[in-house]
Design a protein around this ligand. Structure first.
Ligand code: SAH
Ligand code: SF4
Length: 365
């Protein structure tokens, strides 16, 4: 059966055929994206006969919640099952003033950053636009989120490198930002990339696009190549040149993410070099203390180093420390996919903790 999620209003109209009035397609669109209906037969504004006809061939195509893990800080990590039985992860983070949704754009990731668990897995496949939108709809439905009533931030910082799946990411963005549909605000959507320069240029051309965050992590080419192997193709000078020419909208700033790694990139000299590189840009810096994990050959920075680094950068640019949410359920940056890997590996030392989590805190089947 073919999933409808991922089709825009014109595509749905084309699918219904010329004999049906256009407002039927709008009703279908509204039911899928705004009302988050999971079952075509439940779209009551449509005539029964049409519903049955549609349901015989199509389905909405939302991913299924295989299970979720709940953190002591309220973060919830969802393991979502896709049509081909692969799974992908999405994270819900509640907040006093806003909720944040972190979604994936690929199953796995081909980039292979040395400090990232997702990267250790390699790429399984790109997600479709419908699968990207589907994660958001499932999270919004589960947590009863209404964009008209509360701030919802969306970050494409889960599994995958969004710019290596750009057409689907852009189509998903258009669907998510459509006020007639899901209705999220473009100003609260951010895509994070490791810095695929030609795709940054392509993104710049898109009329409807999320904000841009660049994962920088290093201030010399030598170190950056070591941490982010793909950086071999995209030297720092060229990456920053692309940032300087990036057409920021009036309300927009670039974000630079910098994973702080003990003794590797967390010195005062690193912080000063960082300021020299990006201090003139309209930008914000997010420091992310490394989340450790098995197979990651690095250590988190000390609290003192994090504070000292921030103090130096802050003199020139707004600089925040990203709190790692949901570390106890492996929902934090770079940890997604870890659970899936470890569950298949009975020899792993962490398995008993994980087993507790899965029995106590997951949703009943
Ligand atoms: N592929 C994209 C987006 C997903 S990763 C990118 O790399 O930007 C989202 C963020 O998590 C990136 O800034 C990445 O560097 C960071 N990250 C990856 N592994 C991490 C780890 N072990 N600890 C802290 N942050 C990590
Ligand atoms: Fe991929 Fe981002 Fe992880 Fe690097 S940090 S391996 S680009 S998900």
């Amino acid at each position: 059966m073919v999933g409808l999620l991922g089709l825009d209003a014109d595509e749905l109209a084309a699918l219904l055929g010329a004999e049906l009035p256009r407002y039927r397609a709008r009703q279908l669109y509204h039911a899928i994206y705004r009302q988050r209906v999971a079952d075509l037969e439940a779209i009551t504004p449509l005539p029964l006969e049409l519903r049955r006809k549609l349901a015989a061939t199509y389905r909405v195509g939302l991913p299924e919640i295989e299970r979720y893990y709940e953190s002591a800080d309220g973060t919830r990590r969802y393991l979502l099952r896709l049509e081909d039985q692969r799974t992908v992860e999405a994270v819900f983070m509640p907040g006093a003033t806003h909720a944040t949704l972190c979604i994936s754009t690929q199953v796995g990731c081909p980039v292979g950053c040395r400090f990232c668990m997702t990267g250790a897995l390699g790429l399984e496949r790109n997600l479709t636009a419908g699968e990207i939108v589907g994660q958001v709809i499932v999270l919004m439905r589960e947590h009863n989120l209404r964009p008209e009533e509360q701030r919802i931030n969306l970050v494409m910082m889960g599994q995958g490198e969004p710019l290596l799946n750009l057409p689907n990411v852009l189509k998903a963005t258009r669907l998510l930002a459509d006020p007639e549909g899901v209705g999220l605000s473009l100003r609260r959507m951010t895509l994070s990339t490791v810095g695929i320069i030609p795709k940054i240029h392509e993104l710049a051309q898109a009329e409807i696009r999320p904000k841009l965050a660049i994962s920088l992590h290093a201030t010399t080419d030598e170190l950056r190549r070591r941490l982010v192997p793909v950086a071999r193709k995209y030297p720092l000078g060229e990456l920053l040149e692309a940032c300087r020419h990036y057409p920021l909208r009036s309300w927009e700033r670039l974000t630079f993410e910098y994973v702080l790694i003990r003794g590797v990139n967390d010195s005062d000299a690193d912080a000063r070099r960082l300021v020299k590189l990006i201090g003139q840009l309209r930008a914000t810096v997010n420091l992310i203390p490394l989340n450790p994990g098995p197979g990651i050959p690095y250590e988190p920075p000390t609290a003192d180093r994090v504070a000292a680094f921030q103090a130096i950068v802050q003199r020139s640019l707004p600089c925040f420390i990203r709190k790692s949410r949901g570390q106890d359920i492996y929902a934090a940056c770079g940890q997604l996919r870890r659970m899936v890997l470890e569950e298949g590996n009975q020899a792993c030392g962490a398995i008993s903790t994980l087993a507790n989590l899965s029995t106590n805190r997951t949703m009943p089947e």
